[in-house]
Design a protein around this ligand. Structure first.
Ligand code: G3P
Ligand code: CA
Length: 318
């Protein structure tokens, strides 16, 4: 168990500014997050783009800018565009492309502002400059998105990511970098075939059954990873639900965390959001309560300022 749980700015300070923009990362940095997250997808010309989806239409104006570039399934894939094209797109608050409406209506107004996509190297340079200027050591938390899809397309997302991380000095487990992925085989490959010495985090999605969340599964993970990133609904019933619910309805499942710790694995659950916690409690109080009830080692949050406040109040209460 970590003494001071870390706060990971999920897609930057994405509760306040459009996700994965450099502006959202700067804000997350200024709010005191310990780590800033980067989701990664490759462009056609092998640039690492910081974006959550392998498609573009939920967070950019690709439909207006390049209307004839969808595949037969109707999606506009990042991997079908060169960086010279991607950099022409405007980024906006996340929408449901079917309706054009915001996923989180109380966040940054949709279609407003002047935001762009960026490459991983742009963000790493920015973080290192900010660290130097402010005498800080804010870390990075890259996630390779759908590496098996990239393999099908003839691309090696993991290898390219490791190459860029290496060029910025992120190479060993002592560096301020956690490398995360949902796909178990790919994360095993990163450790055993690509011989990475970075701290690796196995993401474990929500839902009823997942062998990775069992004692045997965690034991296997401990062979190649340093931590797990479980969905919040693996720690609480009802958590991460879009339906309104009360804190009295929460049932806590502490076992996954204790089993992971027994295997020497850190636990960084995702995602603490104002919109998905119980209605009768604020995010700071919720965060403090979680830290008191379950000894997690950190958490992803869209609201890093509130996450930092939760950790501070938790530490004061000990
Ligand atoms: O990486 C932790 C969390 O971000 C995983 O979920 O879908 O937001 O990337 P997602
Ligand atoms: Ca992620």
């Amino acid at each position: 168990m970590t003494d001071k749980p870390i706060v990971i700015a999920h897609r930057g300070a994405s509760g306040y500014l459009p996700e994965h923009t450099l502006e959202a990362k700067k804000l997350g940095f200024s709010m005191g997050a310990d780590y800033l997250e980067q989701d990664l997808v490759l462009s056609r010309d092998d640039e690492l783009i910081v974006i959550h989806d392998i498609h573009l239409e939920s967070v950019t104006n690709v439909v207006q800018k390049f209307p004839y570039r969808a595949r037969d399934d109707g999606h506009f894939y990042v991997i079908d565009f060169d960086w010279d094209e991607l950099k022409q797109l405007k980024v906006h608050e996340r929408i449901d492309p079917k309706t054009g409406l915001a996923i989180y209506p109380n966040r940054y107004p949709v279609y407003k502002g002047n935001f762009n996509l960026h490459k991983l190297e742009d963000e790493l340079r920015l973080i290192q400059v900010l660290n130097k200027k402010n005498n800080k050591h804010i870390g990075i938390y890259p996630e390779i998105k759908k590496p098996s899809f990239h393999h099908q397309e003839g691309k090696d997302l993991a290898a390219k990511t490791l190459e860029v991380l290496d060029s910025f000095g992120y190479v060993s487990k002592t560096d301020r970098c956690f490398f995360q992925c949902f796909e178990q085989k790919e994360l095993q490959r990163v450790r055993h075939d690509l011989n990475s010495d970075l701290k690796l985090v196995q993401l474990i999605g929500g839902g009823p059954d997942n062998q990775m969340a069992t004692l045997d599964g965690l034991n296997e993970i401990s062979d190649y990873a340093n931590g797990i990133g479980p969905a919040l609904d693996r720690l609480f019933s009802a958590a991460d639900s879009s339906e309104g619910y009360s804190s009295y309805q929460l049932v806590i499942f502490p076992k996954l965390v204790s089993m992971a710790h027994e295997q020497g694995l850190l636990v960084h659950p995702y995602t603490f959001r104002k919109e998905t916690i119980p209605q009768d409690i604020d995010l700071v109080t919720f965060g403090k309560m979680v830290l008191q009830l379950i000894r997690i080692d950190g958490f992803f949050t869209d609201f890093p300022d509130l996450g930092v406040e939760s950790v501070n109040r938790f530490l004061e209460s000990r």
